[in-house]
Structure formats: C-alpha cells, structure tokens
Design a protein around this ligand. Structure first.
Ligand code: SF4
Length: 520
C-alpha cells in the first residue's frame, strides 16, 4: 500500500493557497560579462546562488514562530521582515485559527516579505499561532513549490513545517521511505520529517521526537499541527534559534533582532537537542537527543547574522569588532584608511581601526536598493552590473593606502572585483584582511558552498590567493584568534562553534558525496 502525505496545492483549503507573485516560469534572463555568467534568472539580481555577481555564501533561511497572540500573522510579518537578510527568494506564513476549529490558513509566495504579503492577505491569516519562513534558493530552481512553510495533510489533520538548515541523511531516508511506498510531493528534504511523523503509529509528540532522532544535520525546526507547536534545534545547535515572550505569548526566531522589532523580550536560546512542545496547557521542554558537542555555525558570527542579533548571548557586532581588533594584532599593516566591505565587515573594520589608530572610512558603499525588480535594465546598464551592487568612494580612497576588511574569500572572484573597484577609484595600495580563517571545506549544514575544488583556499597558498585577487598584501584571521574573538562557552571545544569549513572537523558524520544543498 502506498503511503502519501499531501502537500496542499493552491486554494485547496482555507482562505489562502500559495500563489506566485510575478515571475515568468521558464523565462531566461541574466547577465553575461566577458563570457562569464554572472547571474541568471528573470530578475536582474536573481540567481543568487553559485553564479552571483559577488560569490558570497548563500542558502540560509529564517524561521519565525508565534504561539498565543491574537495577531500571530501580523507579528510574523514583522518578524520575517527582520529576518529578510536570511532569505529573499520566498516568504510564507501559516496560522492556526483557534476560533474556527483550529483550521490552517497559509500563504506562500516568491519574493520579499513586503512583496508577498499585504494587509488583505494578513487579515485573512487569522489565528493566534503561526510559523513563518524566508528562504534563499539556488539559481533556476527557485520554485514556489519549495517555498515554506510546507503544508501537509496527514491522518491526524494538518501539519506545517518550517526549517532552517540541512538534513545530511535526508537522501538516504527518502530512498528508504520511497522503497516502502511513500510518495513525495516536493523535492525538499524537509518533506522527509513530515513522512517520518505521518508513518508513525505513535502520538504526534512521540512521532516527532522519533523522527528528529532519525535525522542528522544542522537544523532549526518549527512543526505545527492543528493543536500543537513543536520547536526543535539539532543536537549540535548548528543553526541558531531563540525564544522570547511577548506578554503571555511565546515567540521563536532564527535571530534575536526580530524580537526587538516586535517588542518581545528575549528569554533564551533553544538548546541543542531540545524539544519544546506548546499546546493549550502551555509550554513543556523535553529532549530528543543529548548534546553531543555544541557547534554553532561560525559563519553566523562572521557573516550571516545581523549585527544587532545575539547568538548564545554574544552580540554579533561586538564579536565582529573583536575579530577586527584581533586581525590588527595578528597582521598589522601601515595604511592611510581602513574600510569594510558592507555590510558584514563594517563592524570588524571599526575594530581594526580602533586597534591600529588608522582612521575608519566609508571607502565602499553598497546599493541597498538591489532587491528584486521586474524591470530589466538595458544591456548597457547590465554591463555595469558590478557597480550596481557596490561602489568605491573615489573622494575617500583616491591616493590612499587602503586596508580592506572582508569576512571571507570563497572562490576569490569577489575579492578581486572589490580590490579592482578600489584601484580604479585611485587607491595606491590595497591590503586585504579577512575576518575568518581560510575557507577550505564545503558546508553540509545548510550553507550553499561550492565544491571543495572551487574553494580557492583549498588549492592555493595565501600568497597565490593574494596574487589572484590583485592585493598588495593578504592575511586571514587565525583559527585560535577567531575562536577567542567570539568568546563565550568557556571550556567547550572551539568555544562551542563549528569551524568545519576552516578545519575540516565536522561535528556530525558527513559523506563527501552527499547532497550539500539546503533543506530549507
Ligand atoms: S561548516 Fe562552516 S558554514 Fe557550515 S555550519 Fe560549520 S561553520 Fe557554518
């Protein structure tokens, strides 16, 4: 007998289905410059995966949950908006309407939170509990079907799942489930957890616990049924997830910056391997796994998280400033100004400037208005693509020896482009300082990284990279210097962080051949 969990199509039930906003399926846009594909997609800045004009790491997602507030959808809107930097490709909110037989209402769409939702849609998302999601995606495959929360129908009613991260053993579990008759509706690995729960003969809580025990990886889950919300973090705490209170309501978010936006008071981070169960009786805590080794993603501190967020009690801006100070101590260079590549490296550049006494200047400006647009620029404008996202300030850098602080070097193409922008604007020397150790190994926990052989630090020496990016000098932060700059978690291995992309020491078993793409 086949076993099927139905992912609801648009408008099947509830006032709202999921609807694509704009976009032309199958249309090909993009930018090719000097024979190199810089981006693809319908929108000039779409295709933010591997061929992004600046090859920064991608495929983070953000989750936001509310339990016990009459305007759960409205809070989710503002919460997801604060998490927008974690995913610009699609947004979704699912609510449970306790006034109306605990019915599910949901809406998912392609685009930014403010593009996908308007007042009418939020008004229709009635309910006092919700799960919400913002998502990045790889180029081309950015399909509405993969927008979250994923909504399923199973024997006990409705099931909504929103996740941030990646399930390392999802392909293996998926194969096993398919062999025994399960029919998958989406290509998302997140569906694996829905099938594991649906196949269990146990009650929902036990089924969810057992399903979480089967999966390996880095993830933050919000799983909602008609009468319960389950919140879970992976056994290593790789992906951040925090809890707050807003009056009597509970709020959950990938990052604490969203709590400030809605006026919620931070309570604590969800612990690795912890399971929180919320229902009409309130909240209970349980565990589905013991903490094997706390290993919060180092890149959250370096690059992903917003500077006003705290992870494990450590403020991101302050941690980045300490990284900049440490970098100055480890690899001082005499120069006229220090500048940071916006936005993630500005805090570190301030730290570097404070430590060295070299003035901090805004030598690089990011155009903040490069969000999705349906207006295709002319070919002439497209070819100025690099400068659409980042500009060097000529009056600031001209005739100056510049220290350029950046967070990481992936393939090297980004750094070369930015160094060249500074040189074209008249910088006499460009010294690159990186606030992370060399990025040598791929991530299996939800961050979109190229294969190992495309990571420049895995096959080039520091001197070779310096030449390739056209810098006068280049230094990376040491592993020890980075770990001590972040601080916290006294006595824990790597102070409770995953550094696998730098040191190849993965906190869980991984298979080099396995799919690295994000489950969320
Ligand atoms: S491998 Fe790197 S990017 Fe992936 S979770 Fe670990 S520190 Fe983060």
């Amino acid at each position: 007998m086949s076993h099927e969990v139905i992912d609801r199509p648009a408008g099947e039930r509830g006032p709202l289905g999921h609807t694509a906003l704009g976009g032309k399926d199958g249309a090909q846009g993009g930018l090719v410059l000097d024979g190199q594909t810089l981006w693809t997609g319908d929108h000039y800045n779409e295709g933010i995966g591997r061929d992004d004009i600046f090859d920064k790491l991608r495929e983070e997602c953000g989750v936001f949950g509310v339990f016990g507030h009459p305007d759960a959808a409205g809070l989710s809107y503002y919460g997801l908006h604060a998490l927008q930097h974690r995913g610009e490709e699609s947004s979704g909110i699912c609510t449970v309407d306790t006034e109306n037989g605990n019915a599910f209402n949901y809406y998912r769409g392609m685009g930014l939170v403010k593009e996908v939702f308007d007042k009418d849609k939020l008004d229709m998302l009635k309910g006092d509990r919700s799960i919400g999601h913002v998502r990045y995606s790889t180029s081309g495959a950015s399909q509405l079907a993969n927008a979250q929360p994923l909504i399923f129908r199973y024997r006990d009613g409705d099931l909504g799942v929103a996740t941030n991260g990646n399930i390392v053993n999802a392909p293996e579990i998926r194969r096993e489930l398919e062999m025994s008759g399960s029919i998958f509706q989406t290509s998302s690995d997140t569906e694996v957890i829905a099938h594991l729960i649906a196949r269990s003969s146990k009650d929902f809580e036990t089924a969810a616990k057992e399903a979480l025990q089967r999966i390996v990886g880095g993830f933050a889950f919000l799983i909602m049924t008609n009468d319960k919300l389950i919140v879970a973090s992976d056994p290593n705490g790789l992906r951040p997830l925090a809890m707050a209170r807003l009056g009597d309501a509970y709020v959950f978010s990938s990052e604490t910056c969203a709590f400030e936006t809605i006026g919620a008071e931070y309570v604590r981070d969800v612990q690795p391997g912890e399971l929180l169960i919320l229902d009409k009786d309130g909240m209970r805590t349980d565990r589905y796994a013991k903490i094997e080794r706390r290993a919060t993603c180092a890149m959250e501190y370096i690059y992903f998280a917003r500077p006003d967020s705290d992870i494990n009690g450590i403020n991101i801006h302050s941690a980045r400033k300490r990284m900049g100070r440490q970098l100055a101590t480890e690899s001082f260079v005499d120069a006229d100004i220090v500048t940071g590549v916006p936005d993630s490296s500005i805090s570190a550049a301030i730290g570097f400037a404070e430590q060295t006494g070299i003035p901090y200047e805004l030598g690089l400006i990011k155009n903040k208005y490069t969000g999705r647009t349906f207006i295709q620029p002319s070919q002439e404008l497209r070819e100025k693509g690099v400068k659409m996202k980042l500009s060097a300030v000529r009056k600031v850098v001209e005739g100056k020896r510049v220290v350029m602080i950046d967070d990481s070097i992936v393939r090297g193409t980004t750094s070369r482009r930015i160094v060249n922008l500074l040189r074209e604007a008249g910088a006499t020397e460009v010294h690159v300082r990186i606030t992370s150790p060399p990025f040598k190994n791929p991530c299996y926990y939800g961050i979109d990284t190229p294969d190992r052989n495309e990571l420049i630090a895995s096959y080039r020496t520091v001197e070779e990279i310096r030449k390739e990016i056209n810098a006068d000098s280049l230094s990376f932060l040491s592993d020890e210097g980075f770990v001590e700059s972040v601080g916290g978690n006294d006595g824990a291995y790597n102070r409770g962080m995953c550094l696998a992309c730098f040191d190849n020491d993965y906190p869980t078993p991984v298979d080099e051949e396995s799919d690295k793409s994000c489950s969320c």
